[in-house]
Design a protein around this ligand. Structure first.
Ligand code: AVJ
Length: 321
């Protein structure tokens, strides 16, 4: 199948599970909504704004690491590498990597947000006309068929920047890493950005920015439920809350109900007590060694590790056994 056909499906296909996941998540004793639904068009735009915030250090720190070390990473990845990117987002870091790679066999961005995917594919095609670009629209946790016809890579590499792996509970992260190990095959590579554990004040500031962009990003989940599922959330009756849980080593984001209220969606009624929260995101933070152990459980061994001088962020190169 060619890329344009993959992209031609109706927009509803982007979130086939949103309704079901919303009903299931709001029916739990501790209400929750999956973080992957943040990224509709508006959510992706808000996330791009988050990446520019002074408090949100991960994006610029990871980009700095790439700018300093992409040459070494590319040498370790070798010539003729096929790059499969999970969550293409904005493609700045990818460009830094691709420009260092020797004759990359192709670039396959996989993203749940069609808008982000199209933008990434267009930008990369323009910048690297000699590299075949084969975008895939969908959820990278699923079994996606990759459109690799006519490509003959020497090696497969998944590029997974942005510390998105932090959104997965550790057992699910191991499952996802195993899935990646299968996708790249024995000897295949995973280049992955992982946010590091650090001063809780620094972490909490990154998720409680002064401009309130993160709050808007969080609340966008409810706006999206209203727009796509006909829900009747009052956005001014939920407030953003984010904190670092030291024991679990994770940032938690919540939407907290202001007052008792009822919300209707998809023929269901959901009751909220005053102060009751909907858990919307976990963002796990790892020590470098901890993450290596996690990856080892999925069959990866570490080949490279790059960290910035302030020890804020790490990029790991892992090889599948
Ligand atoms: C895209 C998962 C890396 O966890 O830091 C940013 C998403 N949430 N601010 C993160 C996010 C709130 C982000 N990741």
């Amino acid at each position: 199948m060619i890329a344009t056909e993959l992209l031609a499906a109706p927009p509803l296909d982007l979130s086939p599970g949103f309704g079901a996941d919303l009903v299931a998540g709001l029916s739990r004793r501790r209400k929750e909504l999956p973080a992957k639904y943040f990224y509709d068009e508006r959510g992706s735009r808000l996330f791009d704004l988050i990446c520019e915030l002074p408090e949100y250090y991960p994006t610029r720190t990871e980009l700095d690491i790439m700018e300093v070390h992409a040459g070494e990473m590319a040498r370790l990845l070798g010539p003729g590498c096929l790059v499969i990117e999970y969550g293409s987002g904005s493609s700045l870091k990818t460009r830094v990597l691709l420009r260092e790679l020797e004759r990359p066999a192709g670039y396959v961005p996989v993203d749940i947000s069609r808008e982000a995917l199209l933008a990434a594919a267009a930008a990369l095609r323009e910048r690297f006309p000699e590299v075949p670009v084969r975008p895939v629209s969908g959820d990278f946790t699923g079994d996606l068929a990759l459109p690799l016809e006519g490509l003959h890579p020497a090696r497969r590499a998944v590029y997974f920047p942005g510390s998105t792996i932090g959104n997965f509970h550790p057992p699910d992260a191991v499952d996802l890493l195993r899935h990646i190990a299968r996708q790249v095959g024995a000897g295949g590579a995973l280049l992955i950005g992982v946010d590091l554990r650090k001063d809780p004040g620094v972490l909490e500031a990154a998720y409680n920015d002064r401009l309130g962009v993160t709050a808007a990003f969080n609340l966008n989940l409810l706006a999206r439920a209203n727009a796509e599922l006909g829900a009747d959330f009052h956005l001014d009756r939920f407030r953003h809350r984010a904190f670092f849980d030291l024991v679990r080593s994770r940032i938690e984001m919540h939407l907290v109900s202001v007052g008792r209220q009822e919300v209707h969606a998809l023929g269901r009624t959901f009751h909220f007590e005053d102060g009751e929260s909907v858990h919307t995101e976990c963002s796990y933070k790892y020590g470098p060694g901890e993450f290596v152990n996690l990856a080892a459980r999925a069959g990866f061994r570490q080949q490279g590790l790059w960290v910035d001088d302030d020890r804020l962020f790490s990029v790991h190169l892992l090889v599948a056994r």
